[in-house]
Ligand binder design. Structure first.
Ligand SMILES: [Zn+2]
Ligand SMILES: [Zn+2]
Length: 309
């Protein structure tokens, strides 16, 4: 099949757009869309220092690679932050991949570990607990990234969330009927103590991100987190992929529909002011932040007694 824009062979057919793209036009299309996302969201200002969360997987690797390219001529500093959650047989390889891409691009990398920050690996937090592993992981990772970004003096935290992640999160909140969480998904003003988070890849389909890594010959660790299948997200992901293949553009329209609801609700739905956690000072809704609340649960659990052995 020929590229829709030149005589070269197409490497991808975008069903949702109707275009076939060759390598060169695919890369151009990809980077233009990311640039547009940055621009529309006013995500990055001149002289910003951006902490890029780099896990070593394809999303964050593509993020670091394309931010580097897009921002090459601007006065923006990038620094890679890798969170080591402590997941045996999974994280070590992804950390290696994260280090490799940071080195290849000449970007400084910082590693923050759950063990150093909170005293436990994720593997130790999980056994015998009613809380799902992804809940611990999500809460502590957010907390660790925010703390690391502040230590590094970063103005923003960039994460590799893609279109699939965004559509899944929105759909999950619909399914749970969780309107509050849904509205918190698009914060529209800065909060004290919280480094603003940006998602430059949020319009990019996961498949195209994988292809972007491939054509740019960047190595990524594609292993899936061993805890991934224990969550509702895995089922919603399958459902959305099934719908997307039958009705191309479903993921985009899911996000677009939500953006309209969020815009309408903005005036009537007040965004709460965050307080400082009385334990650690991180921004939070209640007296204790979610991380300290979960740490309290861990402290009273049985896994704690094994900690010093
Ligand atoms: Zn072409
Ligand atoms: Zn706290």
């Amino acid at each position: 099949m020929k590229c829709s824009f030149c005589d070269n062979l197409a490497i991808i057919s975008q069903k949702y757009s109707g275009f076939h793209l060759c390598r060169e036009h695919f890369v151009r299309d990809f980077e233009e869309k990311v640039e547009k996302t940055l621009h529309i969201g006013s995500m990055i200002a001149e002289t910003d220092k951006i902490a890029v969360a780099v896990s070593g997987g394809k999303d964050s690797t593509a993020l670091l690679f394309c931010l580097r390219r897009i921002l090459a001529k601007r006065d923006v500093e990038l620094v890679a932050v890798t969170v080591d959650e402590g997941i045996a047989g999974y994280r070590d390889d992804t950390i290696k991949a994260a280090r490799a891409i940071a080195e290849q691009l000449g970007i400084e990398q910082h590693i923050v570990s759950f063990r150093e920050e909170y005293g436990y690996d994720l593997d130790e937090m999980v056994p015998g607990k009613k809380v799902a592993p992804c809940t611990y992981c999500g809460v502590f990772r957010k907390n660790a990234l925010n703390r690391a970004a502040k230590r590094l003096g970063a103005d923003k935290v960039a994460t590799g969330h893609n279109l699939d992640d965004e559509a899944q999160t929105i759909m999950m909140n619909y399914l749970k009927g969780d309107f509050e969480r849904l509205m918190r998904f698009r914060p529209w003003r800065a909060q004290k103590g919280l480094v603003p988070r940006i998602k430059p890849l949020r319009a990019m389909p996961e498949k195209e991100i994988a292809l972007y890594c491939m054509v740019n010959e960047v190595f990524t660790e594609s292993r899936e987190c061993p805890y991934a299948n224990l969550s509702l997200r895995a089922d919603v992901r399958d459902m959305m992929n099934c719908l997307e293949s039958q009705f191309p553009g479903t993921k985009q329209s899911t996000v677009r529909g939500f953006e309209k609801i969020a815009a309408k609700a903005q005036g009537s739905y007040a965004q709460m002011d965050l307080a400082a956690c009385k334990e650690c000072g991180e921004p939070c809704v209640k007296e204790l932040c979610k991380a300290c609340e979960l740490l309290g649960l861990l402290g009273s659990g049985s896994s704690h007694s094994n900690k010093d052995h």
